[in-house]
Ligand binder design. Sequence first.
Ligand code: PHE
Length: 357
Amino acid sequence: MSDIPTIESEALASIENAGDLAALDAVRVAELGKKGRVSGLMKTLGKMSPEERQEMGPKLNALKERVTAAIEARKAVLEDEALEAQVAAEKIDLTLPARPEPVGRLHPVMQVFEEIAAIFGDMGFAVAEGPDIEDDWHNFTALNFPEGHPARETHDTFFMAPDKEGAQKVLRTHTSPVQIRTMVEEAPPIRIIAPGRVYRNDWDATHTPMFHQVEGLVIEDGVHMGHLKGCLIDFVKAFFEIDEVEARFRPHFFPFTEPSAEMDVKCDRSGGQMKIGEGEDWMEILGCGMVHPNVLKNCGIDPDKHQGFAFGVGVDRLAMLKYGMPDLRPYFEADPAWTRHYGFRPWLTPSVSGGLS
Ligand code: PHE
């Protein structure tokens, strides 16, 4: 009979070497299975003399027990390893995106420009443009700000270095100079919007030194304040995607319009959220008025024959109101996390028929 210590050390070695549960089970069958080596030895006990059996019985039983225990111990280790491998294989990396990220986003200001252009385009307005660096005449004088008029001071103007004649250009403080450029170049009827950047020396949560406006100008026969109101109320309903809005036109002063007004809309500020078109509060959203006769004259249009209306709206603030951005400053910080959160998919062009937002 092969000696018991050899069998034991062979069996324990192959148990230790078993790399997975299947290999370990093969060792178990080879040693302890019906036809296994250890089982075979156990069977020989029956044929032994009582003396032999008394000697060999405990030894063989001990061998069987040790091999069994070694298999159990190895099995526990392999089961733990298998579980760990499975957990590692099935782990979900939550930091990976669920879907491929679109590469870029449209800034909310650009989205709102598109929405405004879509709405006014639907009303027959064309888009006009002018330069960001303006001369004093287009930015102020032609718009009926007389020299030394205090209203010039309220614009916190950025001045460029004086030229040889001492004239200083300015970073336009509003889009209204595009009205002037359009009326100088085109004869009525005129129906334009002028989206663009404007600049004023101001910096807090709701004012940045560069911001965006859309100007509107209509010069058509028989146009009056009622058309202005209807046009702007229609705009607000379309822009905020609401069926009804209560608006009021509060008398105001702009040198280039007479009468002038600020348009307020009903809003609800309860619950920390701003809702336009509901509630009992008023929210100022734009400035407007009938084009001042002096402005028409300055552009070579006869105020006795033609009149019209104009309006100017702050796009950054409209975007804040519609899309719930609380602070204006991050607009210009180019933080990708902010742009991903508040930005728009560039290929979803807003349209009046297809949906604005
Ligand atoms: N230009 C004015 C502003 O910047 C807005 C405005 C435009 C008001 C046209 C009336 C008419 O405040």
